[in-house]
Design a protein around this ligand. Sequence first.
Ligand code: ADP
Length: 215
Amino acid sequence: MRVVFLGPPGSGKGTCAKIIGELYSVPVITTGDMLRAAVAKATQLGVTAKGYMDRGELVPDDLVNDLVAERLKQPDAAAGFILDGYPRSPKQAEALDKILKATGNKLDHVLHVTLEDQAIINRLSKRRSCPKCGAIFHLENKPPKAHDKCDVCTTTLVQRGDDKPEVIRRRLEVYRDKTQPLLDFYEKKGKIKTVRGDLDLKELPATLRRVLGHD
Ligand code: ADP
């Protein structure tokens, strides 16, 4: 099973990707997480990527294409993968096509997760995450039990640097400018399926299974 997710920042792509990854037992490859890990370790890639990420810009295509190409060569991705946050520009979509052609594979689904700007801004500006275990909270909809501490591991929660209002606005502009054109690209291949990003979490697994024709 090979699936790509498209959708604005904060639309809930990551949540859907995780559900589908578990459903099909394939790895979820999240470029944002891989880049944040590189930043935390201050690798050469991380040092370069940090400035772009802090501003809400895309990290240059060549760097991300190399990162993903390496990841897709790992044995656990041989039977399938879920890509969350990639491709994000026409150059990245071309690079992914090349990899798929070279390995004789094709995408099974492109899932477009939709959400309006105002809901995105509300979601991201109130998002808090655990820097240790990655658990995600929302100050109103999913508040941590103890004020600013992770429910899972009690680490103090943080706000992602790029979840500040001015950076969120820039991420939305970049999405419209660079990533939205990919909807056309995949539409022409007849691949796109759409799911709303604000469904009840309880309904989500069944909805995703239905959209993918899994049952
Ligand atoms: P979101 O989708 O909510 O903006 P991500 O965690 O997917 O958050 O990405 C955070 C940042 O990481 C992006 O703003 C961008 O700087 C960088 N990034 C992630 N994926 C890519 C990609 N495929 N190409 C370029 N930059 C990326």
